[in-house]
Design a binder for this molecule. Structure first.
Ligand SMILES: *Cc1c(COP(=O)(O)O)cnc(C)c1O
Length: 411
């Protein structure tokens, strides 16, 4: 990595814990020396390295060897033939981050980068503003790295997300308000305390971790870019970084250039970006979230503007799904592919279904769906919608009676 650079005016900054341009408040982004990277980062070199996101380490913003989250990434890319048939598309893949290590969501990617970099910069306390998964990942990775952690969450999160932060001994602070209020408070705290806030002052480094999902997809497809990728959007950061990752692989000659559209998925109850995209606007209007997809419930998305631009530039679309459609999509993915995703995964699958039905993703094409979190953490969202076990006494006669009864009902 060479420097931090303002996305708006291009001014460069040293590689410290800072995230906005002092002149125009534009977001800062990490820039790299691609000529130099090209010499060491070949397909052969990558393939000889361990199966983790760090096999692409030249493209991740750490100065030395990473020290946190060495096992993160290289999750399965699953060929989803049964789901493809249901959705009516020729070829479909699931990038399955429900089994990411150690906290079962894509956030382990961004956190391993942010905490490795935070250590390089000499921090002993890390923190975050989170919709749930980020808090889980900061708590777990800080524990294993021996760092102190403060995680700030909306107080009405799912039990699974709260317990998955508390268990690691992190300081968990529940804020009585929406994520956008949590985030505003954290910006104030970050200015006052000398902590590494992974998605505030460390955001330029943190956000780069998302690119690893794009690298893995391209490598696992046999060194090519997918024609379509469907990505869930909260702040919109992951979607923009998937594009940056694909573009970097083209620039380094690791894949050849090809048409690739990066579509965005939101929940109807928090859809500032997809609503703007569907209306053909370059700017979004902030909203107050009301959805079961709490991990995506950001009403004022920090990267919404850039996500809209990526979709426009790649000829992509966005759409959104209701709470009922999210639950149906979670069940559809589970029943066809044996993958239990959290609500954000339901959003991705549900929106992909809509984009295929409307022809925005043509039926004869191939698509990758980014499934970013595990269903075991959002059990509340599907409880009461998946039926109940049928209970009997431990007796063969009762079991046979139950089967006979069901046969009668099913005739
Ligand atoms: C955070 C998160 C996302 C996307 O986040 P962005 O802010 O858009 O990068 C997607 N899925 C899950 C499960 C998440 O926790």
């Amino acid at each position: 990595m060479k420097a931090l650079k303002c996305r708006e005016c291009g001014r460069e900054y040293p590689l410290t814990a800072t995230h906005v341009c002092e002149f125009d408040f534009g977001p800062l982004e990490v820039v790299y020396d691609y000529d130099r990277i090209k010499k060491s980062l070949t397909r052969t070199a990558i393939q000889s390295r361990p199966h983790s996101m760090w096999r692409y380490r030249e493209l991740l913003p750490v100065a030395n060897d990473p020290t946190v989250g060495l096992q993160v990434g290289f999750t399965p890319l699953v060929k989803a033939d049964r789901l493809a048939k249901k959705l009516g598309i020729r070829e479909l893949w699931i990038k399955n981050d429900t089994v990411n290590y150690p906290t079962l969501s894509f956030k382990d990617r961004v956190v391993s980068v942010a905490l490795s970099r935070a250590r390089e910069l000499g921090f002993d306390t890390v923190a975050c503003a989170s919709t749930g998964n980020l808090a889980n990942s900061v708590a777990a990775n800080a524990a294993s790295a021996g760092l102190k952690a403060y995680v700030f969450i909306p107080s009405d999160l799912e039990q699974g997300k709260i317990i998955n932060s508390l268990v690691y001994g992190a300081n968990v602070i529940g804020i009585k308000g929406h994520y956008d209020e949590v985030n505003r408070l954290c910006a104030e705290i970050a200015g006052k305390f000398g902590w590494a806030f992974v998605n505030v002052n460390m955001r330029p480094y943190y956000a780069e971790g998302s690119k690893s999902m794009a690298y893995e997809i391209a490598e696992q497809l046999g060194w090519r870019l997918p024609r379509h990728t469907v990505v869930p959007m909260a702040s919109g950061s992951l979607l923009t970084k998937i594009q940056k990752g694909y573009q970097e692989f083209v620039k380094l000659g690791l894949v050849s250039e090809s048409e690739t559209s990066i579509h965005g998925a939101q929940a109807t109850g928090c859809s500032p970006i997809s609503t703007a995209q569907k209306a053909g606007l370059d700017f979004f209007r902030p909203v107050k979230p009301d959805t079961i997809a709490k991990s995506l419930a950001i009403g004022t998305p920090a990267d919404g503007f850039y996500a809209l631009k990526v979709m426009k530039d790649t000829g992509a679309a966005a759409d959104d799904v209701t709470d009922d459609e999210i639950r149906d999509a979670i069940k559809l993915l589970a029943e066809t592919e044996g993958i239990f995703a959290e609500t954000a995964g339901g959003v991705t699958v549900g929106v992909a279904q809509k984009l295929i039905a409307s022809g925005k993703i043509p039926r004869n094409d191939s698509a990758v769906l980014c499934v970013t979190g595990n269903g075991l953490k959002t059990l509340d969202a599907v409880a009461g919608h998946v039926g109940k076990p049928r209970e009997i006494k431990p007796s063969l006669r009762e079991f046979e009676a139950l089967l006979a009864h069901e046969e009668k009902v099913n005739v």
